[in-house]
Design a protein around this ligand. Structure first.
Ligand code: IYR
Length: 328
C-alpha cells in the first residue's frame, strides 16, 4: 500500500485531498494529532482514531495524542482532578492498545493552553468567530442541551491547538469536522495556515444500527468489557445479511455495525480473519480483506451468527491488553 492509501484508508473525508497528497509525498518528520477529552473509559470510538494514528506511524508520521483536560472541563466532564486521573488511565490504555510509546507524544492540554501567548491568540480568534458559528461547531460534541459560554470557547481552543502543537494533519471523527472547518476559516486571520484534516467514520449503535455509537447512550464496546460482555453485546448486535439495510434511505438511517467493526477495527489490525465453523457447516472461512467477508455475508455463505462469533473473538483480542491495565 502506498503512503497516500495508508494515510487515507477507511477515512470518511480528507480536507483537502491535494494537501494530504503533498504530505504523503514527503511524510518524513510530519506531525499528526488527535485530541481526546479524558472522560469515562476508552471505547471503540476512541479506538477508531487510534487505528488511524497507528497507520500514520507506519507511514512515517510523528504522532501526538492530546489529552484535552481543559476541553473536558469546559464541556462539563468533571473536576480537573477527576479529569487528570482519567487522562493518566487513558494514556496507559492507548499504549496497551498498540500506540508505540516511543513514537507517540502524549500532551496534556493544560501544559500549554494556559500560557499567555495561547490565551492572547485565543482572544484574537474569539474576535473572528460568531457565537452561532461556535455553537454550530459544537452541535455533535457538546454535552447537555444548551451551549454554555465555556462550550463556545472550546472549538476556538481546538483550532488553536493545531497551531500550538505544530501539527501538519488534524485527525478526528466526523463529529469534529465543523470544528476543523472553523479552524480552516479562522486561523489565517492570525497568520496561520489552514490546517489539513482527516475524518474517520462513525460506527452505528451496536444494538440497533441506528445513529452513532457513543459511550453516553446505547451499546458500545469499551476497554472495561469482559470477554463475556463482548460476546453478549456482539451476539445481540444488529446484523442483517447486508451492508446497507436501508438502501432506499439516502441518509443511511440504519447501518450494519458488525460489518463496520470488521471493516474499521479488525481488518486494519489483523492480516487474515478466520471464521471458525464446524465441518458439518462447511468448515472454516478465511478472509484477507473486508470486501470478501461482506460479499459472503450478503450471499448467505457466511451466516450472521458465525460472523458475530468471529467478531467477538477478534475484539476481545484487541481489548485484552487495555483491560489488563484497568484490572492492574
Ligand atoms: N473535541 C474532541 C476533543 C479535542 C480534540 C482536539 I483534535 C483538540 O485539539 C481538543 C479537544 C472531543 O470531542 O473529544
Amino acid at each position: 500500500m502506498d503512503a497516500y492509501d495508508l494515510i487515507t484508508r477507511n477515512a470518511s473525508e480528507v480536507v483537502t485531498e491535494d494537501e494530504v497528497r503533498a504530505l504523503a509525498d514527503d511524510s518524513e518528520g510530519k506531525r499528526a494529532y488527535v485530541g481526546y477529552e479524558p472522560s469515562g473509559v476508552l471505547h471503540i470510538g476512541h479506538m477508531l482514531t487510534a487505528n488511524k494514528l497507528i497507520d500514520l506511524q507506519e507511514a512515517g508520521f510523528e504522532v501526538v495524542v492530546l489529552l484535552a483536560d481543559v476541553h473536558a472541563y469546559l464541556n462539563g466532564k468533571g473536576t480537573f482532578e477527576e479529569i487528570r486521573q482519567t487522562a493518566e488511565r487513558m494514556k496507559a490504555q492507548f499504549i496497551a492498545y498498540g500506540l508505540d510509546e516511543s513514537q507517540t507524544e502524549f500532551v496534556l492540554g493544560s501544559e500549554f493552553q494556559l500560557d499567555e501567548s495561547y490565551v492572547l491568540d485565543l482572544h484574537a480568534l474569539e474576535l473572528e468567530t460568531t457565537l452561532s458559528r461556535a455553537e454550530r461547531a459544537m452541535a455533535e460534541i457538546k454535552s447537555g442541551e444548551s451551549v454554555t459560554v465555556a462550550q463556545a470557547v472550546y472549538p476556538i481552543m481546538q483550532a488553536l491547538d493545531i497551531v500550538y502543537l505544530d501539527v501538519d494533519l488534524a485527525i478526528g471523527g466526523m463529529e469534529q469536522r465543523k470544528v476543523h472547518m472553523l479552524a480552516r476559516d479562522t486561523l489565517p486571520s492570525i497568520n496561520e495556515d489552514a490546517p489539513t484534516c482527516l475524518h474517520t467514520p462513525l460506527i452505528a449503535d451496536l444494538a440497533t444500527g441506528i445513529g452513532k455509537m457513543s459511550s453516553s447512550k446505547g451499546v458500545t464496546i469499551s476497554m472495561e468489557d469482559t470477554t463475556e460482555d463482548i460476546e453478549e453485546k456482539v451476539n445481540d448486535a444488529f446484523c442483517p445479511p447486508t451492508a446497507d439495510p436501508d438502501p432506499t434511505d439516502d441518509g443511511d438511517a440504519r447501518d450494519n455495525p458488525v460489518l463496520q467493526i470488521f471493516e474499521y477495527h479488525v481488518f486494519p489490525r489483523f492480516e487474515r480473519v478466520v471464521v471458525e465453523r464446524p465441518d458439518k457447516y462447511g468448515g472454516n472461512l478465511e478472509y484477507d480483506d473486508y470486501e470478501s467477508l461482506e460479499a459472503d455475508l450478503e450471499s448467505g455463505e457466511l451466516h450472521p451468527l458465525d460472523a458475530k462469533g468471529a467478531l467477538a473473538g477478534y475484539l476481545d483480542e484487541l481489548i485484552a491488553p487495555g483491560r489488563e491495565k484497568i484490572d492492574a
